[in-house]
Write a protein that binds this ligand. Structure first.
Ligand SMILES: *[C@@H]1O[C@H](CO)[C@@H](O)[C@H](O)[C@H]1NC(C)=O
Ligand SMILES: *[C@@H]1O[C@H](CO)[C@@H](O)[C@H](O)[C@H]1NC(C)=O
Ligand SMILES: *[C@@H]1O[C@H](CO)[C@@H](O)[C@H](O)[C@H]1NC(C)=O
Length: 355
């Protein structure tokens, strides 16, 4: 009885996994729902038999290594294409061409190291592109050239070191840009220049130590700017002042702050700007000077800078007094000298008139 039940279950499972000649063995083709689910099917290549009316194709968790040119020419109705967790290193030019309805493409957890201009060709209505956990090291003006409608771009955990100035220039609809856990060391102004609609910019977990003053100026809609866990020891006040969004939350913890009085002054000014919110201000810790390592910035606040102010004041007063004294003494000396010269000069004059 038990074995019979098992057999029945096995048969129904098999028939639901593969229906009709338009369904690749290993896939579950749900014609009624327009879903084709082929995840964990040990595919090393894209399946050839996918129902042409499929709108969601799930190929995640396979071992596919390449996406050839025009791979999806027979399934043009696709809206969602899931390719995460494969072994994709090669995406040929025009691999996704003519996918007029594709809105979401997930290529995360693969081995993609370069994006050519042909990569984005034909993805004119794509809204979401997931590319996290790949091997990209640089982005340039061709990487996303045709992605006019993109709203969310996830580039988390690649090895991106350089972003050329016009890399995101096609994407005026972009709302979220995730660049967390990459290897960026500096931010150049112009990098985000066309991202007027950007709301979330996640740059946490990079190596950012410097930024050009105008870099955030174009981000007129930004609500969250995450710069936590980078290499910043000082704050570029002008760079943040350049954020003209209505209200922007900025995250800064996990940076090696140099808690000198300049930093305190800059933070005081930043916190007084109405449209900026430093949400994790009370979590900021110092890396320098050595005596303040691991102290919270807020805990060292008053005393340090008060002490410094007093020292500066004492030094200033001492210097002023010394200078004044020196001037006074100099003045007296000069007067005396003048008197003496006057007398001797008169003597000389009377000598000369004798000739
Ligand atoms: C993934 O692709 C690489 C070559 O690009 C190959 O050496 C490796 O064996 C592949 N791994 C799997 C699990 O297929
Ligand atoms: C970005 O990708 C990572 C890794 O796949 C994921 O954990 C994260 O939720 C993604 N973020 C967004 C906003 O899509
Ligand atoms: C501050 O740090 C604590 C402990 O690590 C954490 O629970 C909290 O969420 C942090 N606050 C902010 C605003 O990030």
């Amino acid at each position: 009885m038990k074995e019979f039940l098992f057999l029945v279950l096995a048969v129904t499972e098999a028939s639901s996994r593969s229906r009709g000649s338009w369904c690749e063995p290993g896939c579950d083709c749900r014609g009624d729902l327009k879903f084709t689910i082929c995840s964990r099917a040990l595919f090393a290549q894209l399946p050839t038999r996918v129902p042409p009316n499929t709108e969601l194709l799930d190929l995640s968790d396979n071992q596919i290594s390449a996406i050839p040119e025009r791979s999806f020419a027979k399934t043009r109705k696709l809206r969602i294409l899931l390719l995460q967790n494969n072994n994709i290193s090669v995406v040929e030019d025009a691999a996704f061409s003519h996918m007029e309805f594709l809105q979401k493409l997930d290529l995360s957890w693969n081995r993609i190291s370069a994006l050519t201009e042909g990569f984005s060709a034909g993805l004119a209505v794509l809204k979401e592109l997931q590319l996290a956990h790949n091997r990209l090291t640089s982005l340039d003006s061709r990487s996303f050239l045709h992605l006019d409608a993109l709203q969310r771009l996830n580039l988390t955990a690649n090895g991106i070191r350089t972003i050329q100035v016009r890399s995101f220039s096609a994407m005026s609809s972009l709302r979220q840009l995730h660049l967390r856990d990459n290897r960026l060391t500096s931010l150049r102004s112009g990098t985000f220049s066309m991202l007027r609609s950007l709301e979330v910019l996640n740059l946490a977990g990079n190596l950012i130590g410097e930024m050009e003053t105008g870099v955030f100026r174009p981000l007129a809609s930004v609500t969250l700017l995450n710069l936590a866990h980078n290499r910043m020891s000082t704050v570029d006040f002008k760079a943040f002042l350049g954020i003209h969004a209505y209200s922007a939350h900025i995250l800064l913890e996990g940076n090696p702050w140099n808690c000198d009085c300049d930093l305190q002054r800059v933070f005081r000014k930043l916190r007084s700007i109405q449209r900026l919110f430093l949400d994790d201000y009370y979590n900021l810790t110092c890396a320098e000077p050595a005596v303040l390592r691991d102290y919270r910035l807020t805990d060292v606040d008053a005393e340090l800078c008060l002490a410094e102010t007093v020292t500066v004041l004492v030094i200033t007063i001492t210097v002023v007094i010394t200078v004044l004294a020196a001037m006074l003494m100099g003045e007296r000396k000069r007067k005396k000298e003048k008197k003496r010269k006057h007398w001797t000069q008169q003597g000389q004059l009377s000598d000369e008139s004798d000739y």
